[in-house]
Design a binder for this molecule. Structure first.
Ligand code: DGL
Length: 248
């Protein structure tokens, strides 16, 4: 009985790292590199594909699946919950509510597909605050391609946010797990507060996962959707999470 994390690539490793800060255990991580970036897919393709990923993870003994990806959550979590009632799904959502605790407008960094989903639009309606969402369409791809060298990603982000930096921003919402790797840069370089949903994901995971999923050693079993990317994924997983890594 295992906990599995899914993302299009390395973004969700930032959620796994946060989980290991609180818990130990043998977790699975599926980096769906063949379908990266999720943010550029259609809803139908992403839903159908995530159903196939779920079947794979069921075969690998997953009992809880963490969609460590805002895009996958926004598009497919309701569908997956309905279709696979035997598994618990934990989602990752842009932390707009916590951002509303701060004065000022909210800058949301998320993929184009997340931004147009009902789940996201519902969140924005609650706050009565200006929500600014620049075009970040290439950002996850650049992070995935170059990590840990984030030079190109930083340049892209600088250009994307430049028009909004004087708009009275009270908080920046990290609405894509890949962007977690730019959180320090955003705080230091733009002198803005960031809010991320990953701590909430870990809390929810601890609530829903059976105790047998935790404990023992910290071992992360990883699989890349693209076989040629397996070794690189293992290196990156070790680097981000700082635990023992093996394939599954
Ligand atoms: N990491 C994913 C998210 O949180 C998406 C990246 C992608 O577009 O593949 O939305």
């Amino acid at each position: 009985m295992k906990i599995a994390f899914v993302d299009s690539g390395i973004g969700g490793l930032s959620v796994v790292a946060k989980t290991y800060e609180k818990k130990s255990g043998e977790f699975l991580y599926y980096a769906d590199s063949d379908y990266m970036p999720y943010g550029a897919l259609t809803e139908t393709v992403l839903k159908d594909h995530l159903a196939k990923v779920t079947e794979k993870l069921l075969k690998a003994d997953a009992k809880v699946i963490v969609l460590a990806c805002n895009t996958a959550t926004a598009v497919a979590i309701d569908y997956l919950r309905e279709r696979y009632k035997e598994i618990a799904f934990v989602g990752t959502e842009p932390a707009l509510k916590p951002a509303l605790c701060f004065d000022g407008n909210i800058l949301v960094l998320a993929t184009p597909l997340t931004l147009k989903q009902k789940r996201f639009l519902r969140l924005t309606e609650e706050g009565k605050r200006q929500v600014i969402a620049p075009d970040c369409s290439r950002l996850a791809y650049l992070i995935e391609r170059d990590y840990p060298d984030l030079t190109a990603a930083k340049r892209f982000l600088d250009n994307a946010v430049a028009p909004y930096l004087d708009c009275g921003i009270g908080a920046v919402v990290i609405g894509c797990t890949h962007y977690a790797y730019l959180e320090d840069y955003i705080q230091k370089n733009y002198r803005l507060r960031t809010v991320s949903g990953s701590a909430g994901v870990v809390r929810q995971l601890c609530r829903v996962a059976p105790d047998v999923c935790f404990g023992g050693e910290k071992l992360l079993r990883v699989k890349s959707g693209d076989e040629s990317g397996q070794k690189l994924l293992e290196e990156r997983a070790k680097f981000v999470c700082g635990v023992e890594v093996a394939p599954f």
